[in-house]
Design a protein around this ligand. Structure first.
Ligand code: NDP
Length: 311
């Protein structure tokens, strides 16, 4: 008898955790690794991260492709995608991790921690009077699942928070603006800028030399989106001159960030290895399973992306 199966591929995620998490939700679904797919006519679902070119060709009966993460830049835009819904993950665990990272990075600047780290290295007791958070303007580029949650958490702490998106949003206590025409003024107005945009043809290189120069003197930059959204050379130049005073970077044009890369040498840059957020299979499997149930019923899956739009 034919079975319904899902094919899994990821160079980084643990298949056992996903197998167990999905079995708890959908005991009737076969979980197969792409290295041993069995009868490929039984494979209706794909759960993938960075699949190689041509990956989907052996599976003509696919009904749904789920990207094993929030960022879909590695999957949309390629010309070997099957003509089926493409979904991304968005789970509360991922939102919580990302929010915690952004709060940490913003608070670290708001409370002058990098200055105290440098004072400590010099053996100096150097008092800096803490500023009220309401005086500190934080701008978030991107108000999606992750950006909106981070903006709300920052607003709840009392920061003056603004957010920029493609289409207009309404978020309590967040000054929301939208569209390309609003970007220059937005950059000039925020002393801490958090980049939470997806990488798309429109956002590639968006923070170029001209736009980085619009940030207020001594601005702080936090990038948790994708390295390619920022002109890395222009950012390094601005960090060297301290026009941009500090940066917290989780994502880079080339990952892992190569040994000897100029960013490693900058003492005003905090580098983390692309882990601002990631997926917890036990939590994320609920939505993956729900999308499969919806596809079975002929309904729209959760968190569908628009490949033409790029996110
Ligand atoms: P969403 O797709 O939910 O939201 C994207 C946001 O960006 C939306 O508000 C969207 O506007 C806005 N946007 C997209 N294009 C433009 C544009 N051209 N101009 C203005 N605004 C634009 O994404 P998430 O919030 O879930 O995630 C954001 C990104 O974070 C991911 O794409 C991924 O690259 C990155 N990420 C990084 C991780 C890490 O560990 N560092 C982990 C997870 C994700 P609108 O609302 O109008 O559509």
């Amino acid at each position: 008898m034919k079975r319904e199966a899902l094919v899994f591929y990821s160079p980084t995620d643990d298949p056992t955790a996903w197998r167990d998490a999905l079995a708890a939700e959908l005991p009737d679904l076969d979980f197969r690794l792409s290295a041993q797919p069995g009868d490929t006519s039984e494979i209706h679902y794909a759960l993938v991260w960075k699949p190689p070119t041509g990956f989907f060709a052996p599976y003509p009966h696919l009904r749904l492709v789920t990207n094993l993460g929030a960022g879909v830049d590695e999957i949309v835009g390629r010309n070997d995608l099957p003509d089926v819904p493409i979904c991304r993950l968005s789970d509360p665990g991922m939102v919580q991790l990302m929010t915690s990272y952004v709060l940490f990075a913003v608070l670290r600047y708001a409370r002058d921690i990098p200055s105290f780290e440098r004072s400590k290295a010099r053996g100096k007791w150097e008092f800096i009077h803490p500023r009220p958070f309401a005086e500190i303007k934080v701008g978030l580029l991107g108000l999606g699942d992750l950006g909106a949650a981070a903006a709300t958490a920052l607003a709840n702490l009392g920061f003056t928070v603004s957010g920029w998106s493609r289409t207009q949003k309404q978020l309590a206590h967040v000054n929301c603006v939208s569209g390309a025409g609003a970007l220059d003024g937005f950059l000039a107005a925020n002393e801490i800028l958090v980049c939470m945009l997806p990488l798309t043809p429109e956002t590639h290189g968006l923070l170029d030399k001209r736009r980085l120069a619009l940030l207020p003197e001594g601005a702080k930059l936090i990038n948790v989106s994708r390295g390619q959204v920022v002109d890395e050379a222009a950012m390094i130049e601005a960090l060297r001159s301290r026009r941009i005073a500090e940066a917290t970077l989780d994502v880079f044009v080339k990952e892992p960030l190569p040994e000897g890369h100029p960013l490693w040498a900058l003492d005003n840059v905090l580098i983390t290895p692309h882990l601002a957020s990631n997926t917890t299979p036990a939590i994320a499997a609920r939505d993956v399973a729900e999308s499969i149930r919806r596809i079975r019923r002929g309904e729209e899956p959760l968190h569908r992306v628009d490949p033409k739009r790029g996110y």
